[in-house]
Every structure is written in structure tokens, then in C-alpha cells.
Ligand binder design. Structure first.
Ligand SMILES: *Cc1c(COP(=O)(O)O)cnc(C)c1O
Length: 377
């Protein structure tokens, strides 16, 4: 048994992450590789434990955002290839090479820089090229400049071509079709020039889950789906092809319980006034731990098997909940910020919707003070 940390912690099931991974693999079939995205500490789930678990399930490559995240995987003993997708600075080239991380390059200039770096080091090092087909973020416009640079690379080894879809879940928009068309044009040009790389990849979780097969290419890059979620869609969406389970639940302890009369002001700025005799609890988690300030007077948690509204402003280190309608609770008992109690469930998608943000933001925003308790089986 784990001895649970005292204030606030998340419990992560490696078995659930592994099961989600297997379901994704089963859906895309043997012809398409699945590269788990474990950036941002595996969306709050713990990058080391998540990657180790998935490596045991057969994952041979991982994607992260930053060089530091890649180094963390190497230091955890991850041996497969590691793709650094979120760009890097020229001063990080040495670390990429030292830790055998594969960079995604985002401009013609960067391709030339990587080529020069590889030549100087006398090493043939792989890279992937990200093209901007309409995301309007990172990625090179697939013009002659960048294609020439890629085709001329002798030391840098052009291993993959990728793009990122901006609105894969929006089936009312033509943006995805337009992006896929631009990607295909680029692929054809590269093929004609004899420079088609081994890997083509476009899809993240939504494009996998909703079966946008023309975006699957040779690899898919799911993040959120591994952790048990698929974002909701807009417009006439096809059926979601993945049945997933959230892998993480989040608890915090009750620090104090008190009864306050009707008319009491609660928390900063007195933004909540009790309308009746209220049994309230102060819980050991605040916005510095990732409880959104926007949930002040809007969010809720599960306590004693019932809903307990967040009352007053969420503070940095603690929050207040109304437990008048909850079962018997004592100081030191745990409440559930994300997870299930009895028949009631609060998941990250519901929290995101109450906080006016996206599920990714809630999971990756769980703070460093919150202990991770990862169970491998
Ligand atoms: C984060 C990210 C992904 C994973 O996205 P999900 O929506 O979490 O599946 C895939 N590709 C790129 C380039 C990313 O930055």
C-alpha cells in the first residue's frame, strides 16, 4: 500500500493508460504507428512513469514538446526515438544530439542550421519537418525555400514530414480538408523530387477518434486520448470510435470544518454570502495547485459521496466548499476534485467546461505541489 501524501494528490492508473493505448493501436491497425504524446509531464500524469508503462506495452517512440522533456525521458531509461515537437533554440542543438532526440524543424533556416550542425559534428542525425498547412502556428510554409533545403540535406536525415490540424473536431468547417490537401500537395512534390521521408503524420487524438483516416499517414500522435478523453466536436461529426477511461483522479484533504450562520461572507472579497446555516469545509488545494480561480462560486467537488459546491474565491493554497448536504465528514477526510465517488463522477472535461477552458488545460495545469501516485498495475 502507498502511504498517501497529506494535502492533495493525484492517483494515476498505468493500467488504464495502457488500455487506452491498446485501444488506439487496435483502431488504427498494424499499418499505422502510435506515438504517445507525453509532453507537459504526460498531461500531468507523470512523463517517466507513463512512458515506462507504454514502453512495456510496445511503444517504440514518444513525442514531447521541449528538449528538457526529451532529456527527462532519456534519464528515465527510455530507449526508443523521442520527437521534440515544440521547437528549440539553436543553443539546444548539442543537447538534441547528445540525448539522441529527434527535432521537428519549422523553417528553411532551421533546416540549414541543422544541416550545418550535423556536418560540423560529422553525424548523420534525423529530423522531421513540420509544415504549416493552415494551423498558423509553428511550421514552415511548404515553399521552394524549405523544400530545397530539405532535399539538399546530406548530413541531416529527413525522416518525417508532419503537420498539425487546427480544427479536426469541427465537422462544419472545411479547414481540415484544406489542410490535408496542402499536405498531400507537399507529399507529391517531395515524392517527385525523390525525397519522400519514411514517416508522414498529421493526426492527434480527435482525428484518430473520429476516424479521419486520410490524416493517419504512417504515424498518429495522440495525447489526450491516452489519458482517457476525446474533445467534443462541432457540426455533423461521425461516431467516436474510441471508448476510453480517464486515468487520473485527484483528491485533497479537509483541513477544517465549521458551521457558519446565514449571511456569512466567505473568502476574499466576500464574493459568497451564505443563504442559510452552512456547514463548510476548507480543503487543502488552491489555484497554485491547479484549481482554477475561474471555478470560484461556480465549480464543485465530490465530498462524502455528494456534490459540494466551491463557495467563495478559490485561494492560492486552500478552497472552501459547502458540505451541508454531504454525508458525515471529518477533518482529514479526502474529497474528490476529479474522479468518482459512488455513482457520481466529475471528469476533467466537466471541470474544463465549468472553468471556461479545455480539458488539456485542466490536466496539464495540475500543480507541482500535488503529489503523483502512479500505480503500474
Ligand atoms: C500536443 C500535440 C499533439 C497531441 O494532441 P492531443 O489533442 O492531446 O491528442 C499532437 N501533435 C502536436 C504537434 C502537438 O503539439
Amino acid at each position: 500500500m502507498h502511504s498517501l501524501p497529506s494535502r492533495s494528490w493525484v492517483e494515476i492508473s498505468g493500467e488504464v493508460i495502457a488500455d487506452n493505448f491498446r485501444r488506439i493501436r487496435h483502431l488504427v491497425g498494424p499499418g499505422v504507428g502510435v506515438v504517445p504524446v507525453v509532453k507537459a509531464n504526460a498531461y500531468g500524469h507523470g512523463a517517466r512513469d507513463t512512458a515506462r508503462t507504454l514502453e512495456r506495452c510496445g511503444a517504440t517512440g514518444f513525442a514531447v514538446a521541449t528538449v528538457e522533456e526529451g532529456i527527462e525521458l532519456r534519464q528515465a531509461g527510455i530507449g526508443g526515438w523521442v520527437l521534440v515537437m515544440g521547437d528549440f533554440l539553436a543553443c539546444e542543438q548539442g543537447a538534441l544530439s547528445e540525448f539522441r532526440l529527434t527535432p521537428v524543424l519549422h523553417s528553411a533556416g532551421q533546416v540549414l542550421e541543422w544541416e550545418a550542425f550535423c556536418k560540423n559534428s560529422q553525424l548523420r542525425l534525423p529530423f522531421h519537418l513540420d509544415i504549416d498547412t493552415g494551423m498558423g502556428r509553428l511550421g514552415a510554409h511548404p515553399d521552394a525555400l524549405v523544400l530545397d533545403a530539405v532535399c539538399a540535406a546530406r548530413w541531416g536525415r529527413f525522416e518525417g514530414l508532419m503537420t498539425h490540424l487546427a480544427a479536426a473536431g469541427n465537422f462544419a468547417s472545411g479547414q481540415t480538408a484544406s489542410q490535408l490537401e496542402k499536405f498531400e500537395e507537399c507529399r507529391v512534390v517531395l515524392k517527385e523530387r525523390g525525397a519522400l521521408p519514411e514517416f508522414l503524420h498529421m493526426a492527434s487524438s480527435v482525428a484518430v477518434a473520429y476516424g479521419i483516416r486520410s490524416s493517419w499517414g504512417s504515424l498518429v500522435r495522440p495525447g489526450l486520448a491516452l489519458y482517457g478523453y476525446v474533445n467534443s466536436t462541432v457540426g455533423p461529426a461521425p461516431e467516436c470510435l474510441l471508448r476510453l477511461r480517464p486515468a487520473l483522479s485527484w483528491k485533497a484533504r479537509i483541513l477544517e470544518i465549521k458551521e457558519v450562520p446565514a449571511g456569512s461572507l466567505i473568502g476574499y472579497d466576500g464574493s459568497f454570502r451564505t443563504s442559510r446555516l452552512t456547514r463548510m469545509a476548507v480543503i487543502a488545494v488552491g489555484y497554485a495547485d491547479g484549481v482554477r480561480w475561474a471555478l470560484s462560486n461556480r465549480g464543485r467537488v465530490l465530498a462524502g459521496g455528494a456534490w459540494a459546491p466551491l463557495i467563495g474565491a478559490v485561494s492560492m493554497d486552500v478552497s472552501m466548499i459547502d458540505i451541508t448536504g454531504c454525508g458525515p465528514l471529518e477533518r482529514g477526510d479526502a474529497v474528490t476534485l476529479l474522479g468518482t465517488e459512488g455513482t457520481l463522477t466529475l471528469d476533467a472535461a466537466a471541470i474544463a467546461s465549468a472553468a471556461g477552458t479545455v480539458t488539456h488545460d485542466i490536466l496539464s495545469g495540475i500543480g507541482r505541489r500535488v503529489k503523483r501516485v502512479f500505480s503500474s498495475d
